[in-house]
Design a protein around this ligand. Structure first.
Ligand SMILES: *[C@@H]1O[C@H](CO)[C@@H](O)[C@H](O)[C@H]1NC(C)=O
Ligand SMILES: *[C@@H]1O[C@H](CO)[C@@H](O)[C@H](O)[C@H]1NC(C)=O
Ligand SMILES: *[C@@H]1O[C@H](CO)[C@@H](O)[C@H](O)[C@H]1NC(C)=O
Length: 493
């Protein structure tokens, strides 16, 4: 019993499998609409997609070869459109910029026309994978460092074919390209970046590149770069001679001007404040020497720190930048302030030394004067006798010439003047010894106070003057560079 049932079961299973296999083999094949007897001009049903499928199948049949150029006798003209969607980055370190682009190429491929097949389709919009099946002019950015098609999640490619055979391909790309970095005017510099578009495979005899007639290059970028502003957007057409022939070249040039407000806030204002702070030391008394030195040294250190902060984000170039000139200027001023402190210190000690010497000298002098005075006192009697003798003589004489001289007055006068002379000398000695010492110091111009007083005016004035020159020069250079960058290219009319 069990044997029989086992056999029937196996038989049933076999019939089942056999039947299944049969059923699969007799399934109807997927319907393919007949191309030959299709009503091409009948377009009542807009929801019906059959017609575009048929058109596609007709276009990409065996006659179409994507490896050959569309026109055998003349060049295919490719119109290029360049839309900046976003400027992602401009970097002087890597000397490059990164753009998000909407890049369009439009060309005419008569092999793809379908207006003779149907009137029902105004255009044929296709998926990104169809680009692989088309002949494309192989237009690329020849100077880019990196280019990639955005794929989020599928490649951002737009492809449309018009009934007359015009093909429009649009890519959303991210392009990284080199920039000319010239930091001579940094941070008032400008950056010139270029993108060169060429057909990689076909020379001008096969593919001619042209900018689209109306506004081929435009920017729809909404976000602004933080440190640069795009102020020049130019385009031009050139041709370039390679070994394999002449190639058409389209160039887009973007000029970025650095927003130097950041550097004014982060670099110029702090350094100005430290320079002016170092000038404060001219108002500090020389007795507070450590305060003056601390002021100078800390200003110098603050300056170095500020400069280091800026310089660390810059490429190491071998020429002098505008900011270097500024740094040299400010460092020189702080340095000179320190030198002034040292000089004033030296003057002070020298003057003190001289004063002491002078005082010692004067003491000696005074002693000598006193000595002389004593001597004179001693001699005074002798002197008076002489005077008396003189007086007697003159008396005698006056007797003869009475109307000319008055008797006795001369001798009296002489003695009074001599007394006054003596008194003045002793006063002078007293003065030298004590109160009027500074009278002599004023004769020497190079005192610490005078130098400080002079520097209080000279340093800030000369610093302001040099800064004025600095800013005028570099802002003018900045203006010139911008004007030159704009004049460099004139868009082809
Ligand atoms: C589309 O139209 C054709 C002929 O006009 C018809 O044969 C076909 O069944 C239609 N397809 C659909 C999915 O409606
Ligand atoms: C493409 O065709 C559709 C209708 O099929 C039309 O609405 C659209 O405007 C056309 N696009 C262009 C760019 O011609
Ligand atoms: C093909 O048709 C499109 C859209 O109508 C038009 O812009 C284009 O100039 C045409 N191309 C040619 C070669 O006629």
């Amino acid at each position: 019993m069990t044997n029989v049932t086992g056999f029937t079961e196996r038989l049933n299973l076999f019939t089942l499998i056999w039947g299944l296999g049969n059923a699969i083999s007799t399934l109807p094949e997927p319907q393919t609409a007949p191309i030959e007897n299709y009503d091409w001009m009948h377009c009542d049903e807009p929801a019906n997609d059959t017609i575009s499928q048929l058109v596609l199948r007709r276009l990409f049949d065996d006659n179409y070869n994507k490896n050959t150029v569309p026109l055998k006798t003349s060049a295919t003209v490719v119109s290029v459109e360049f839309g900046i969607q976003n400027i992602a980055q401009v970097s002087e370190i890597s000397a490059s910029f990164t753009l998000d682009l909407l890049f369009s190429q439009i060309w005419h491929d008569p092999r793809l026309r379908f207006d003779h097949l149907t009137n029902c389709l105004q255009n044929l919009t296709l998926g990104y994978s169809m680009v692989e099946k088309l002949w494309t002019p192989n237009v690329c950015f020849v100077n880019s460092k990196k280019t990639e098609i955005h794929s989020s999640p599928t490649p951002n490619i737009f492809l449309m074919i018009y009934p007359n055979g015009t093909v429009w391909v649009n890519y959303r790309l991210q392009v990284q390209s080199p920039c000319m970095v010239d930091l001579v005017l940094f941070p008032m510099d400008i950056m010139n970046c270029e993108l060169i578009i060429e057909s990689y495979a076909y020379n001008a005899a096969k593919v001619k590149l042209n900018w689209r007639e109306w506004q081929p290059v435009f920017s729809i970028a909404k976000s602004k770069l933080s440190d640069f502003t795009l102020y020049g957007l130019q385009w031009t057409k050139n041709s370039f001679e390679y070994a394999a022939g002449q190639w058409d070249q389209l160039t887009v040039s973007l000029t970025f001007s650095r927003a130097y407000g950041f550097y004014i806030l982060q670099m110029y204002i702090p350094t100005y404040s430290s320079v002016f702070l170092s000038f404060v030391s001219f108002w500090i008394d020389l007795k507070a020497l450590p305060a003056r030195i601390t002021l100078g040294v800390s200003s110098l250190m603050a300056l170095t720190f500020q400069y280091g902060n800026v310089a660390k984000n810059l490429p190491r170039v071998g020429y002098v930048k505008s900011i270097d000139v500024y740094m040299v200027l400010t460092t020189a001023f702080i340095f000179l302030t320190m030198i002034e402190v040292a000089f004033v210190c030296y003057l002070d000690s020298e003057n003190n030394l001289r004063r002491k010497e002078r005082q010692a000298e004067k003491k000696k002098e005074r002693v000598a004067v006193l000595q002389r005075k004593k001597d004179r006192k001693k001699n005074n009697y002798g002197a008076t006798t002489v005077t008396n003798a003189n007086a007697a003589e003159s008396d005698l004489r006056s007797n003869y010439d009475e109307p000319f001289s008055q008797n006795g007055t001369t001798s009296h006068k002489i003695s009074i003047s001599r007394q006054a002379n003596n008194m003045f000398e002793s006063l002078h000695a007293l003065a030298q010894f004590g109160l009027l010492t500074d009278d002599d110091d004023e004769n020497t111009k190079w005192t610490a106070q005078n130098v400080d007083k002079f520097c209080r005016k000279a340093f800030p004035l000369s610093f302001c003057f040099l800064n004025l020159i600095y800013w005028c020069y570099y802002l003018y250079q900045n203006y010139l560079a911008k004007a030159e960058a704009l004049a460099q290219m004139t868009p082809p009319s």
